[in-house]
Design a protein around this ligand. Structure first.
Ligand code: MN
Length: 499
């Protein structure tokens, strides 16, 4: 999987020369203590690196330039222990293009009522020092995260942890490559979009390979490699009898394994972080990749069906953000509804390709007809998904901007067995309620394809959207349609003005 510890966030403390050596020595000491504490493995998924206090325009510019150029640095946490006159920050902030988190904290949690004197006041100035810094960041209209509270406060640590995950997801997109096997599903609108603008805005490239390029690689797969992979399938999943050696569909399993091996080789060779395919363009392939797409997703590749490159890239970013957390992230589609007024819910699924990282229990490996596409029956993993808080995220191209739309949902345990449904599935109830949640989603132009997450929060995705400087819209517990419609209208004006 993706190891976030390889990435660094730099802990940068601002000050000035005014205070003299003793105060600056304490500033450095305190900053080091905070950085070291944040860096303990239980606190942050990434590595926190202490940087010497910056005290002048030149030092601030240098640290920002260095952060930009360091490929392991995914963002800066800034804190003004003392007062750091913010005109000194203009030059540095102007060039900084890594995510910024302003930690509004203080070294001591409590006021030392009996001992507080002017030396203490001279040193512990973040209550006003951070406001001077905050003004300049706002004055320059720079997106950043502001986290308030003592640096040992669990809530603060949780927010820092989340922000650094978003920064890791954002960093992962920079220079990333996604491949589309074939084009978009014919005539479909929401899965398409402006790939040039996406590369400019998001930093990743999306390019297409004709399906023949992939088929060539698939056809190079050796029988021995297929045997090995089938053993792995037998270890990890419950195979239905027809897929066992000697069974009538054993050859379908071999075809599926061959496709998986070929796809993995293609992705590794091209250094891709994700891919799309479409059931309409499988020329030369025996079956639609089902188990292949599912297992590649579980390895960390982004994926979405029908040429949906935006969702494939989003799923990849979500996997990076959620790395190491309990629960998973998957490509998802709102498939069908249960409209019982007393218990309304959505059944989420896809033709095949749901990531087993969200499986509850051991998946079963099955083969069934697909019904569309005219190819052999595809092999797929079938499973249920656990109950609990989750969300759906959709990245859409509104023509003049990208919008990241999130709906918080509550996944529910399967209420029935679904013995004839041969695909992985999830049941959920959208917040704030079924009718409002679905209406808001449709009004916002949200896609039928999403990234489904069991371990990310709306705040993670909001931070991510701010790093990307794109619109973020949330449908959550407090959403009401009147307010939400106005928000969309007002955003329309904002993004026209703020081009
Ligand atoms: Mn679909």
């Amino acid at each position: 999987m993706i190891d976030l510890k390889a990435f660094e966030v730099w802990f940068v403390t601002g000050s000035q020369h005014l205070y003299g050596e003793e105060t600056l020595r304490l500033v450095a000491e305190h900053s080091q203590t905070i950085a070291a504490s944040l860096n303990s493995p239980s606190q942050m998924p990434v590595t926190v690196v202490f940087k010497p206090t910056v005290k002048s325009t030149e030092e601030i510019y240098s640290i920002c330039a260095a952060a930009n150029n360091d490929k392991n640095c995914i963002g800066i946490i800034a804190w003004m222990h003392t007062f750091s006159p913010a005109k000194m920050w203009i030059g540095g902030l102007k060039i900084l293009h890594k995510p910024l988190c302003h930690l509004h904290t203080q070294f001591n949690r409590d006021i030392p009522w009996n001992d507080i004197d002017m030396d203490f006041m001279n040193l512990n100035q973040s209550a006003h020092g951070d406001r001077e810094f905050g003004f300049m960041v706002s004055r320059m209209r720079i997106n950043r995260k502001v986290i308030v509270g003592h640096w040992q406060d669990p809530e603060v640590l949780q927010q820092l942890n989340g922000w650094s995950r978003s920064a890791a997801g954002w960093n992962d997109w920079q220079g990333a490559k996604f491949v589309r096997f074939g084009d978009n599903m014919r005539y479909v609108a929401v899965t398409d979009g402006d790939k040039v603008e996406a590369e400019y805005k998001f930093g990743y490239a999306v390019n297409t390979h004709g399906i023949g390029d992939l088929v060539t690689v698939i056809n190079q797969t050796s029988d021995a490699a297929i045997d090995t992979l089938i053993e792995e399938y037998s270890d990890q999943y419950t195979l239905m009898p027809s897929l066992l050696k000697g069974g009538e569909k054993y050859n379908s399993l071999r075809d599926a394994a061959k496709i998986e091996i070929g796809m993995r080789a293609f992705l590794q060779d091209g250094n891709y972080k994700g891919f799309t395919d479409t059931f309409e363009d499988l020329h030369g392939m025996a079956q639609l990749p089902g188990i292949a797409a599912q297992r590649l997703m579980a390895e960390g590749y982004g994926f979405a069906g029908e040429g949906d490159w935006k969702t494939a890239a989003l799923v990849r970013a979500m996997k990076v953000m959620g790395s190491g957390l309990k629960g998973g992230n998957s490509f998802m589609e709102d498939y069908t509804y249960h409209l019982d007024p007393a218990n309304s819910m959505v059944l989420g699924s896809h033709m095949l390709e749901i990531c087993p990282s969200i499986a509850d229990g051991k998946p079963s490996c099955q083969v069934h007809p697909l019904g569309i596409g005219g190819k052999d029956d595809p092999v797929r993993l079938v499973f249920n998904s656990a109950a609990g808080p989750a969300l759906n995220a959709s990245l859409i191209d509104m023509g003049n901007r990208f919008r990241l739309l999130v709906n918080e949902v509550e996944a529910v345990a399967p209420i029935n067995d679904l013995p004839k449904l041969p695909v992985a599935r999830v049941l959920w109830k959208p917040y704030p309620d079924m009718k409002t949640g679905c209406a808001a989603w449709i009004l916002a132009g949200g896609a039928h394809h999403t990234g489904y997450s069991q371990n990310l929060t709306a705040e993670n995705l909001q931070d991510f959207a701010e790093m990307a400087s794109i619109e973020f819209a949330l449908i959550g517990k407090n959403t009401n349609l009147y307010q939400f419609k106005n928000e969309l209208r007002w955003n329309e004006v904002f993004y026209q003005i703020n081009k």
